[in-house]
Ligand binder design. Structure first.
Ligand code: HEM
Length: 149
């Protein structure tokens, strides 16, 4: 049975998102064990995969077009909207976390960093991790709808 190209694209996007979430949790584990350089590498890798998806999406719209949401159940449309909100949190939170880390020079600070300086980075980072985690769960439900429709 031939797979619909849009479903194939979203299957790839789900695999990409699973990698992003795995990298975010590895990055979290790294910073909790004090390994700043490893945290930096893992989080930049996660951000690069998010960037890859953001580049691929306009190409998908241009070549494959939009989804026909009028054919979807309303539960799948609601979950899709929730999923889009999660991706927004992932992108904005992750972008702000990287921006704060770079502007504070967190990767080469000598000695302990003051908690009040890193508060913005931590909040943004957690926004990205929660957004990514709920985003993958909602994406799995949306994709399940595509396979069973
Ligand atoms: C998408 C990118 C990033 C995300 C999602 C992220 C996420 C986080 C999170 C959630 C924490 C808090 C961990 C906890 O609560 O125990 C944290 C802490 C930290 N991050 Fe990141 N991070 C990112 C990028 C970076 C970069 C590029 C650096 C540069 C080295 C960095 C350096 C640090 C440091 C030094 C801390 C410890 C701060 C403290 O002790 O208060 N992060 N990060």
């Amino acid at each position: 049975m031939a797979i619909d190209p849009k479903t194939a694209y979203w299957t790839g996007a789900l695999v990409n998102m699973a990698l992003i979430v795995a990298l975010l949790f590895s990055g979290l584990r790294a910073i909790r064990s004090g390994r700043v350089q490893r945290h930096l590498r893992l989080m930049i890798s996660a951000a690069s995969l998010v960037g890859l998806f953001l580049l691929s999406y306009p190409a998908k719209l241009a070549f494959l077009g939009r989804e026909q949401l009028e054919l979807w159940s309303r539960y799948h449309v609601w979950v899709l909207r929730f999923h889009e909100l999660c991706v927004f949190c992932l992108v904005v939170g992750g972008g702000f976390a990287v921006y704060r880390a770079l502007s504070l020079g967190l990767w080469n600070r000598e000695g302990p960093v003051r908690a009040m300086d890193t508060r913005g980075h931590r909040r943004a980072g957690w926004t990205a991790i929660v957004g990514g985690s709920l985003g993958i769960l909602s994406a799995a439900y949306v994709l399940h709808g595509m396979y069973t429709r």
